[in-house]
Design a protein around this ligand. Structure first.
Ligand SMILES: [Ca+2]
Length: 526
């Protein structure tokens, strides 16, 4: 059995005892699933096995993805941070397209990672399915999935090291793949169950990230693919969705067969809204879809099932959840230390996902998507604060304000009649964007930190007031430069502590000269 209780921790003078648990955790992260693809979220396509997860657990009607498109959405749930901070702003594509979108070619593996944090706390970690946080097309230098904290992985074409059985050609799928497109979710479920069966001596954390129900909807027609003309129809979509549902049922049966059903938490959600949306039938009539910051693009089904631990058949329609909450929530639940090398954005919602009472958010929620998109369908920044949602562009144009309590379909823009709200949320959203956009995106480029790290150790980085330097070098000179190379501070010889309290927030270059060699390292002032 994988479920185990840690010894109670005694928290200071109050001697408050609490226990954390280490269940297996499986995050099923469906690709492009709309809010009402599921019957349990108002749909009509027939998803009995996934609906059973909700019947046997808890579902949330106000859960938000970090972005209305794949790569930044995945970055948000992985890092617990708004993806724009890491320069992941739209789907990762060829290098020229990434540059045009002002985004990096892959997620910096120094970013916080939920898998890495759990692994450091004793979890066995596996990723099975679509990755899309680096690699594919002409990007050959993306870090291995291992470097994000995964012991094992099987991944699709949009990854550093795709599985040969599903990438016979240089594209996301093909008719000649060993594992046919319509059998992929089954393949990933097999990998998941195999991993669980081989790691029964440890708690397991698994990303089960299928590439269903992303287009094309390739279905089995007497052993071969359906015609191209039928690969975006609602009929084909329904077949693909029904197959995904069937495989989720097989996964749950597999957990039961392994005897780990009651020690396994299954989280089910989607990375972003649907495409196509079929006149709103996949978004519960909410406005927008994939690639838009309207609700149809970012509000996702969210179910948590953990038999015996989460009371059955609950609906939480009050609490606002966001993908960046998952990292601090699962860390709290498992007694895992939240990574501290960069500030995370989410809130611990562990009591809520276990069925506890509603919690108010301590901070508003923010999104950014599509700054450089020429055919943008929504403003590119959004904020949700309580019942209000405001969308705006960074230049202040196209301000839209909706009351989510009364108008979650985003039909009536009430910005003009609520100037007091707009005057708070609009500058807040734009200011957030100006700080967050590519905030840590340039850490890894242009400077070989490895050489620096062989000679000097810095902590903390990012820094608030003081940066400390640890080294065995006996003769060195320290300077701090701005990113355009101008000297900001000459800290002197052999200093081991630099006061940065008077410096403004941003990225700087630390230059250390020793025995005629100059070493450079990027640092971040918070
Ligand atoms: Ca997607």
């Amino acid at each position: 059995m994988n479920k185990r209780l840690l010894l109670p921790l005694l928290a200071g003078a109050g001697l408050t005892a609490f226990a954390t648990e280490k269940p297996n955790i499986i995050i099923i992260y469906v690709d492009d699933m709309g809010y009402s693809d599921l019957n349990s979220f108002g749909g009509n396509y027939g998803t009995p096995n996934i609906d059973n997860l909700a019947t046997e657990g808890i579902r949330f009607s106000q859960y938000y993805s970090a972005c209305p498109i794949s790569s930044p959405s995945r970055t948000g749930i992985t890092t617990g941070m708004y993806p724009t901070r890491w320069g992941i702003t739209t789907f990762l594509q060829a290098k020229a397209g990434n540059a045009a979108a002002e985004q990096n070619d892959f997620l910096d593996n120094r970013a916080p990672s939920l898998a890495r944090a759990l692994k450091e706390n004793g979890y066995a970690t596996g990723h099975f399915g679509k990755w899309h946080m680096g690699g594919g097309r002409d990007v050959y230098d993306a870090p291995s999935i291992n470097l994000y904290g995964f012991d094992e992985y099987v991944s699709t074409w949009e990854s550093p090291d795709p599985d040969e059985d599903i990438t016979a050609t240089n594209w996301i799928w093909s008719d000649v793949d060993n594992v046919k497109r319509w059998n992929r979710t089954s393949y990933f479920v097999d990998k998941t169950l195999d991993f669980l069966s081989r790691n029964r001596n440890k708690p397991c954390y698994i990303n089960l990230w299928p590439d269903d129900v992303h287009t094309p909807f390739v279905v089995n027609t007497n052993g071969s693919s359906n015609p191209t003309s039928e690969r975006e129809t609602e009929a084909s979509f329904t077949i693909v969705l029904n197959e995904l549902d069937k495989q989720v049922g097989r996964l749950i049966q597999g957990l039961k067969d392994l005897g780990i059903d009651s020690t396994t938490m299954v989280i089910f959600t989607s990375d972003n809204g649907p495409n196509p949306r079929y006149s709103g039938r996949r978004t519960a009539n909410m406005r927008g879809q994939k690639s838009q910051l309207y609700e149809g693009g970012i509000r996702m089904p969210f179910i948590v099932r953990w038999p015996g631990r989460i009371p059955a058949n609950q609906l939480n329609s009050q609490t606002l959840l966001h993908a960046v909450d998952i990292l601090p929530t699962l860390c709290a639940l498992t007694g895992t230390v939240v990574p501290t090398n960069f500030p995370t954005d989410g809130q611990d919602m562990s009591s809520v996902i276990l069925g506890g009472p509603h919690i108010e958010r301590t901070k508003p929620l923010f999104w950014e998507f599509g700054k450089n998109n020429s055919n943008r369908k929504s403003p590119h920044i959004a904020v949700r604060d309580g019942d209000w949602k405001l969308l705006v562009n960074a230049n202040g144009s196209n301000t839209e304000l909706y009351n989510m309590k009364t108008d979650w379909l985003e039909v009536n823009n009430v910005a003009a009649s609520n100037p007091a709200v707009v005057n708070v949320l609009k500058p807040m959203a734009i200011s957030w964007f100006n700080t967050a956009f590519r905030q840590y995106a340039d850490l890894g480029t242009g400077v070989d930190n490895t050489v620096f790290d062989e000679q000097f150790r810095l902590f903390p980085n990012p820094v608030t007031d003081f940066l400390q330097i640890q080294t065995n070098n006996e003769n060195y000179q320290v300077e701090l430069l701005s990113m355009d190379g101008k000297r900001q501070l000459s800290a002197g010889r052999n200093v081991n502590k630099i006061d940065l309290s008077s410096f403004s927030k941003g990225v700087y270059l630390l230059k250390v000269e020793s025995n005629g060699i100059s070493y450079y390292k990027k640092i971040v002032k918070e």
